[in-house]
Design a protein around this ligand. Structure first.
Ligand code: GTP
Ligand code: MG
Length: 322
């Protein structure tokens, strides 16, 4: 599953409806008094968190969205109808920044609603200006403009587990083998350019682009994708058995994690040594035994061609994510 994780949108709250000048008409009287109603309020812009990680794609070709304007007042002191609020549904895990003001909002819980732009107030009709000194008020005021702004929206996926590792470690292959995903796999580095997601019995697995040494300084594809694993319950660290020094490979990725955010090191982590078919199971097990850095961590040895091992891993992973 491919998804969009950032986007810029121009949002505008509705303009208030104008107040109007109207008169009561009674028989045989030229003026029975002012009766122009106030304008309605313009619609507010409200963001709402929904459980749909892929939602941003819906706005991919949209540049701006407006809330409805308020309606003008009417005769007999009738207030104009308020404009409908614009409710913008965004995935849980969205971070919304007002580019001009720098204000930031985060959507964390399903159903959460936040007003980010206030609609313009409706104008006053002439009835509003009625006073003993002003029995024939001719004035009314226009509705005010609604607030508007450019917003940067980014989604930090709240996946259950994140697949991390060097490029070519077999992360995407593992995602495809475990879930309904059918993401692109390649015998070269940086096949994955955008995160892929898959569903493992209701648990979302996020496969992110490979990390290399120096990713934190922008090498390779950089490491901004790591934001997608900031909120995962667990890291699934994939290391190919093709690497002669598993410890060094492991440490390289851990270093990049730390450079992005130290707290990533505190996350639960399991190790998956991939491509065990290349060396053979026994030789791979020998390599794994040499690694001291994994003490206390669960280590799985897998190959996408070993269906029994995959099935067992899938069952164990589901249990761990519960
Ligand atoms: N022999 C063997 N090859 C595998 C296995 N898993 C993946 N591969 C191969 O390894 C290569 C890289 O696989 P990917 O799944 O694209 O690796 P990745 O970690 O997602 O790579 P990036 O997206 O570049 O970070 C592909 O040629 C896969 O066919 C495995 O279990 N055994
Ligand atoms: Mg990949």
């Amino acid at each position: 599953m491919h998804f969009i994780d950032e986007l810029t949108l121009h949002l505008k709250a509705g303009r208030g409806g104008d107040g109007v000048v109207r008169w009561l008409h009674e028989k045989f009287k030229e003026y029975s008094g002012p009766s122009g109603g106030d304008g309605g309020r313009g619609g507010n812009v409200i963001i709402r968190a929904v459980r749909n990680t892929f939602l941003l794609a819906k706005y991919a070709h949209v540049k701006e969205i407006f809330a409805q304007n308020g309606e003008p007042g009417a005769i007999q002191s009738m207030k104009g109808k308020n404009g409908d609020d614009l409710i913008l549904d965004l995935p849980i895990g969205s971070v919304i920044t007002n580019i001009e003001t720098g204000d930031i909002w985060k959507l964390d819980t399903e159903g959460q609603e936040i007003e980010i732009l206030r609609g313009g107030r409706g104008g006053f009709g002439n009835e509003h200006f009625k006073a003993s000194t002003n029995v024939k008020p001719m004035e009314s005021t226009p509705g005010r403009e609604g607030l508007s702004g450019d917003f940067f929206i980014e989604v930090e996926i709240i996946a259950s587990a994140g697949l991390i590792g060097l490029p070519n470690a077999g992360k995407t292959s593992l995602l495809n083998s475990l879930t309904n995903a059918s993401a692109k796999i390649g015998a070269y580095q940086f096949t994955t350019l955008e995160p892929n997601l898959g569903d493992l019995y209701g648990h979302i697995l996020a496969d992110i682009p490979g990390l290399i040494e120096g990713a934190s300084e922008g090498k390779g594809l950089g490491h901004k994708f790591l934001r997608h694993i900031k909120r995962t319950k667990m890291l699934v660290h994939c290391i190919s058995a093709e690497n002669e020094d598993l410890t060094a490979t492991y440490e390289t990725v851990r270093k990049e994690l730390a450079a992005f955010d130290e707290s990533l090191l505190e996350k639960d982590e399991i190790i998956v040594v991939t491509k065990s078919d290349i060396l053979g199971l026994e030789a791979t097990e020998k390599l794994v035994k040499k690694v001291k850095a994994w003490k206390g961590k669960k280590v799985f040895i897998l190959s996408i061609y070993d269906l029994d091992a995959l099935k067992k891993f899938s069952d164990d992973l589901v249990k761990m994510l519960k």
